[in-house]
Design a protein around this ligand. Structure first.
Ligand code: HEM
Length: 645
């Protein structure tokens, strides 16, 4: 998730001059084996910023970005960002800073005095410090990568009086997310999202979270997700029709916004049975959803939290618009809840584990039919949370997948060959998804290179140890999934889009079998509840689109660069030329290995089109994911269900 305004504010107000000492050597992991590397920028620049084919000649914006990156790398190496000081200083400063301007001043002084004079005691966290000017204009997680290469898997980042722990070490990530998850809350994230998600499942902590997770997870059962495959197909087909028209008219298309509309249409129907139909036209509610989403993103990156200023929040046109949008959405949600309650009262269906109303299979319907004892406000918060969680993430995955496919035509050809061989004329079925193995690997790999969100946020609720480093209560922590997914120590050719790195007959990659070096859906008790849903959705959309069309970057399209919102967006859209495919289908030579399960039943290869945790494919998952148990088995697919104790 994005940075909190506090970070930017603190960084902006911090002195530009920082304590200058020699930086630690480039290394990975905390206290683990160390590895010296060539400077980072040259290794990864091709994927971080790519100009569109056809743009021709050196791009001045790209050149400028490369120059800024090289400058930042040089400044990091010079030691400009390296601070020293006792480990208690930053947490205390962070607490002081929360007391308002006088506290911030005291915190700033404390940081400087202690940083300059104090002697080191015991293992102390490497510290980086600096001013925001060094990272402005970048997606914030990019400079964090360079700092990780220099300071290691756990380090403290000080911006003036504010301080954050940056975690890029898989063992430490596992400790925070899974092994000692109870000692961490969502912290800053809950504060940022409160205005829109209230106490919905993503920001909620403690008892509220436990009760809501227990209510919501069962709603996403196997039968529900299977029913959703039809919905994904229909929505993707509507997008295909739109692209057909663009292809016939010879018009380029901006795919990022189309993917956003596709996934909005899907999630509205899936969560509360609402037909946004945003692929067909704009209406007030679609606009209200986007106003709210953009506000959430603005709040997470804005240097000054103007929305907290008492009078400003009432008179600012922007805030008024946001408030109006929220009222509109809440009213619609209230209506949908009321309608659904009536339906539930009138139906004869007996509630059971895999309960689903065929006319309205939505999560809302399941929750109401289950007798979920919850206030309307909490129900609205949960629905809103799932709307946002399931919309932006999937849209971003599709955007970056198609960007990568345009850069790697060999992958596209192989993908199209598989899709041609598997999909018939109708909409994809569950059986088809099981066969779309390479398509699933394409999505797995896209999520490695562009994790959504690129950073997970936590706050420590008690003193703890992160690897060898002691930390205090109240530390704000960013687990950089971006860094974990691109760590050159763990991944060969980390920046290369290579779906083949995941064998087709191997297990579906997940946080467990990748030992927390791969966290596309988080991990531990707060792992994504929509992982299986999202994987199917992305596989269906990708398969249907590439079956029908070829995609190329539009001639003269601006370079595709990243910016940070709740997920990774492009700065100027993904402008593509779409053409109807004319090639005859090619039959691929896909190797299918026959394996047997623990009960001796045989089926072909690893699960495909299957999620990373709700569905797993090996006994290692069973052993290493204590919070989930095998519930049901389909041929080739083991379904896991959470223990909801
Ligand atoms: C490709 C699409 C998706 C990606 C990459 C994704 C990723 C994630 C990640 C990384 C987390 C963990 C956040 C953390 O630990 O701080 C998460 C949590 C969550 N996701 Fe997803 N998600 C996706 C789709 C969905 C969908 C479709 C839904 C709902 C239908 C959903 C609902 C949620 C919820 C409710 C949580 C919070 C779970 C909790 O805290 O107990 N997500 N997601």
């Amino acid at each position: 998730m994005p940075l909190h305004p506090a970070m930017a504010t603190a960084a902006g107000s911090g002195s530009g001059s920082s304590i200058s000492t020699a930086p630690p050597s480039r290394h990975f992991g905390s206290g683990q084996g160390r590895l010296r590397l060539a400077p980072a920028p040259s290794r990864r620049s091709p994927l971080l910023r790519c100009s569109a084919p056809g743009a021709g000649g050196p791009d001045p914006a790209l050149e400028e970005q490369r120059r800024r990156k090289a400058e930042l790398a040089a400044r990091i190496s010079s030691g400009e960002f390296t601070a020293q000081g006792p480990g208690w200083v930053a947490p205390l400063a962070a607490r002081l800073a929360r007391l308002g301007p006088p506290g911030e001043l005291a915190a700033g002084l404390l940081t400087k005095v202690a940083g300059a004079g104090a002697a080191r005691r015991g293992p102390e966290l490497p510290q980086a410090t600096g001013s925001i000017s060094s990272v402005v204009g970048e997606a914030f997680f990019i400079p964090l990568y360079d700092l990780f290469l220099t300071y290691g898997g756990v380090f403290r980042l000080n911006f003036g009086p504010k301080s954050f722990l940056i975690v890029s070490d898989p063992a430490v990530a596992k400790h925070i997310l899974r092994d000692n998850a109870k000692a961490y809350s969502k912290g800053i994230l809950a504060e940022i999202l409160e205005f829109v998600m209230g106490t919905g499942l993503i920001p909620a902590d403690g008892e509220v979270w436990r009760v809501r997770r227990r209510a919501i997870v069962p709603a996403m059962h196997q039968k529900y997700v299977t029913a959703m495959i039809g919905l994904f197909g229909k929505a993707s087909d509507r997008l295909c029709q739109k692209l057909d028209k663009a292809a016939m008219d010879g018009e380029d298309v901006e795919m990022e916004s189309l993917f956003s509309r596709l996934t909005l249409d899907v999630i509205g129907k899936a969560v509360f049975n609402y037909e946004f139909d945003s692929l067909s036209y704009d209406n007030g509610i679609v606009e209200a959803v986007y106003v709210t989403l953009r506000e959430a993103e603005m709040r997470s990156t804005s240097p000054i939290p103007t929305w907290e200023i008492p009078i400003w929040k009432d008179i600012s046109p922007r805030q008024r618009k946001v408030n109006e949008a929220l009222v509109l959405i809440n009213n619609i949600l209230d209506e949908l809840i009321a309608t659904c309650k009536r339906m539930v009262d009138e139906e004869d269906l007996q509630f059971h584990e895999e309960y689903m109303n065929e006319q309205d299979p939505s999560i809302l319907h399941f929750l109401l039919a289950s007798g979920d004892d919850v206030s309307s406000k909490q129900l609205r918060d949960d629905l809103m949370t799932m709307l946002i969680a399931g919309h932006e993430t999937s849209a971003a995955v599709l955007t970056w997948t198609f960007y990568l496919l345009s850069k790697y035509p060999n992958v596209m050809s192989k993908l199209q060959a598989e899709v041609d061989a598997v999909l018939g004329d109708g909409l994809p079925t569950l059986e088809d998804l099981k066969k779309l193995k390479y398509t699933t690997r394409v999505i797995n790999e896209s999520l490695r290179l562009y994790p959504q969100p690129p950073v997970l946020i936590r706050r420590s609720l008690e003193d703890d140890m992160l690897g060898e480093y002691p930390i205090g209560r109240g530390e704000d922590i960013f687990i950089s999934v971006w860094n974990l997914h691109r760590c050159p120590k763990h991944w060969e050719d980390a920046d290369v889009f290579n779906p083949e790195r995941w064998p087709l007959d191997g297990p579906n990659p997940n946080e467990t079998n990748q030992k927390f070096s791969y966290l596309p859906f988080g991990g531990g008790p707060r792992k994504c509840v929509g992982d299986m849903f999202a994987t199917f959705e992305n596989v269906v959309a990708t398969a249907m689109l590439v079956k029908r069309f070829d995609f190329q970057m539009a001639p003269g399209a601006p370079p595709v660069e990243m910016t940070t919102g709740a997920t990774i967006h492009t700065t100027k859209g993904l402008n593509m030329t779409v053409t109807r495919r004319t090639r005859p289908p090619v039959i691929p030579n896909l190797q299918m290995k026959v394996v047997s399960d623990s009960e001796g039943r045989t089926f072909s290869t690893a699960p495909v089109g299957v999620s990373t945790a709700s569905i797993a494919s090996g006994e290692d998952q069973q052993e290493e994911t204590p919070d989930r148990t095998i519930e049901q088995k389909l041929p080739g697919v083991l379904l896991y269900k959470e223990k909801l104790s």
